[in-house]
Structures are given as C-alpha cells and as structure tokens.
Design a protein around this ligand. Sequence first.
Ligand SMILES: *Cc1c(COP(=O)(O)O)cnc(C)c1O
Ligand code: SF4
Length: 447
Amino acid sequence: MTKHEFKSYTLNNFKEISQLDKLTLEQREAIEVVGHLLPFKTNSYVVNELIDWDNIPDDPIFTLNFPRADMVEADQYAKVKKLLDAKLERKELIDAINKIRLEFNPNPSGQDHNIPTVNGVKLNGVQHKYRETVLFFPSKGQTCHAYCTFCFRWPQFSGMQDFKFAMKEAELLFQYLREHDRVTDILFTGGDPMTMTAANLASYIEPLLADDMKHIQTIRIGTKSLAYWPYRYLTDSDSDDLMRLFEKVVKAGKNLAFMAHFNHSAELKTEAVAKAIARLRSTGAQIRTQSPLLKHINDDYNVWTEMWRKQVNLNCIPYYMFVERDTGAKKFFELPLEQCWNIFREAYQRVSGVCRTVRGPSMSATPGKIQLLGVTEVKGEKVFALRFLQGRNPEWVARPFFAKYDPEVTWFSKLKPAFGEEKFFFEDKMTNYFREAFDHSEVDNFE
Ligand SMILES: *Cc1c(COP(=O)(O)O)cnc(C)c1O
Ligand code: SF4
C-alpha cells in the first residue's frame, strides 16, 4: 500500500480544506467561533475519504468533526464572536474563552473521584473505579487523530491544564498494579493512546508482560484510530513495529483487546479501515466496538443495525451502546432515555445473535454503568427497568431495579426511584463499600 501522509487541520489551517467551498459563509464562520469552545481538529483521511461533502451540514462525519453554530447557546456564540472581533491578545482571549468553557461541566460524573495513590503520591493518570479494571491515561497519548464535537474529554487537550488526568511516572502505575493483584485488566485510554509511537507504547506495555504482572490478563486499548486514521496500522513509519509489539503481547499469553470507537457505519466503508482491522486481527488481537448514541449523528436504528452487522462481518465484536453524558455540547447531541431504548431495541431486534453481544443503552454515572432495560409497568405504575453492568460495588451488578418513568429525562442523575421510595437500593452503601473493598488507605477523595 502506498504511504499516506497524516495531515491534520485545526483552527490555524482549516481554510486550506478545499471542500469548504461547499459551505455557506455562516457555516465557515461557525467553525471558527464554535471551534474556540469545543475541541476542533480533523485530518486528510476524514476530509477526503469519510465525509460526503454533498450532504452538508447533515453528513454525520461532518457533524462529528466540524463545529456547528447550533452546538452552543446563541449567547455563547455571540460572546465568542465578539471576543474574536475584538482582536484581543492571545492570553486575554484564552482566559475569556476558558470562562465560557466552564459552563460545559468539564468533569462529569465524579471522574476525578477515582484517583488512587501510591506511597502518598496521587496517581493523576490513573483511575480505579471498578475492582478488576484500572484505567491509565499515558501523558503522551492525550490527543487524538481528530476531535469529536461531542467529546467530554476535551479539557485534556484544550490546554485547560487543571483538568488533566495525565501522569508521567509509568513506574508508579506499575507499582500500583503489583500491589493490587485483584486487578485483571488495564485499559489504556486518552485522548487516544494510538497517537503514541510504537516505542512509547512498548515502554508502557512490555513491563506488563513480566512475571510479576501475571494477574494482568487483559490489556485493553481504547482507540478511535481505526475510524480516524486506519493508516496507523498500515503505512505509518512504525506500523510494522506496532504489529510486532501486539504479537508479543499475545505470545505472552495475554488477551489484547482493542476497544474501538465507531460512531457511524460510514466509518466502516473504506478499504483502509477493512485492511487495518484485518491486519490488527492477524496479530491475535480482538476488537470490541462501542459508541454513544448521538442526535444528528446516529439517532436512527438503521445506522446501528448496519454498523453492528458490518463490524461483525469485519470480525469485530459489538460491545457497548452508551447514552451521551452530561457535558460539552450535550444539548445538541442528547436524546431522552426512552428514545435511546427505542433505538437500541429496534436495532437489536433486526440483527442475529452474533451482533447481540452489544449491551445498552448504558449510562456511565457515579455509581457505575447502568443499563436501561426498558419501559414497563409494575403494579400499575409506569417505570424504567434498569440494572448495573458495572458497579463500584460488584454486588450491585445484574440486579434489576426500577425508576419512575419520565419521558423527558436524559440522564441517570435525574431519575427518581419508583413506587414512592426515597432512595435507590445502592445509595446508602456507596461510601462504605469502596472503603472496605479497596483498602481505603489507597483511595482517597471518594465522594
Ligand atoms: C467502562 C469502564 C471500565 C471497563 O468496564 P468493562 O465493563 O469491563 O468494559 C473501567 N473503568 C471505567 C471507569 C469505565 O467507565
Ligand atoms: S476520539 Fe474519544 S477522546 Fe478523542 S475526541 Fe473523540 S471522543 Fe474525545
């Protein structure tokens, strides 16, 4: 395959994208204005191979990468436009814009409450929320090949340092893992860890293959690179080194699992993505797929049916459908829970069992990952049936519970217990459980 040069476009150079002449003046202005609030970056592959430029502004991949005026409030738009027109000094502009950005709830669902410590040192690049799985945010992987307009992790790459989870000391991570042998999974996340070089990735992964890490059985990599830059696995200068690294992991007897983010079936249509998936699978790695449900991008069950079907045909395993969380341009992308469930079941009903490995719609909230099983009626009361797919307390998992039905509700925190009860069954136990199960000296700051 011929080598493909990665060319990225940001606010500094997006006007070089020749296809933008298909946009109106207002649409181009919106990229500049809203792009100062939401993360904005795209690249040559997305622009030339994924977006259908005859379908603007409705094209799902255009909406996934390019800021649009209706993603923010009218007064936010007006404020930023005024700031840009005033031609302020850079620092002044950034300070003013960061103030507006804080309105977007940059750290949703208590993510900053899961940070462990080793010898009294806070591991800022680690989250340990569920007993078996540790999340690691390598500091060199805190960017992506393109940015999603719905992203809730944008404070990590928009220069708002205070919100960064990144850490430099991989050694502290290894020490933490050695001391916690109930951990079976490590999940590299970001940003996108696949923006790192093969050599950097190897420096994090190879120590996990050593004898003192036998309890680590699965190494997961959360990545959007198959959708945004499949040439990462094909023609980048270190693509072959990557393959060798992955083969080594599999040979060491570990399960290597890519958690691949795909938001739309259009991301699976190119020759490049099919080849990248095949090459990655040939190392022995597995690929599981996940995506949030997003209005304007994939709020149609046909998109999901086609996406799951294509993924299975390409040898990927559908894994999670998420509800869009409470941050960023949520108003633009959010859907009522009932509608999420309707889209999920309409799609689920139309595929065979091989696609039904997917679970959803699921909300990643403070107590855990909560699946909406459906709307039903119990003792004459209309209710939502729910269950934990993951819980801070493993005992909560797979027990059905009920919330009051509300057709408007879009997020778990707005749900009330059904049958006039005051609390959900898990609410009293939240604090105590975590202390007992995780050796509280290692975990502070838990709400
Ligand atoms: C989803 C998630 C995991 C992994 O959960 P699995 O159900 O095992 O995929 C781990 N930690 C956090 C914080 C998560 O949100
Ligand atoms: S790939 Fe993931 S982390 Fe990167 S911008 Fe998209 S949602 Fe955010």
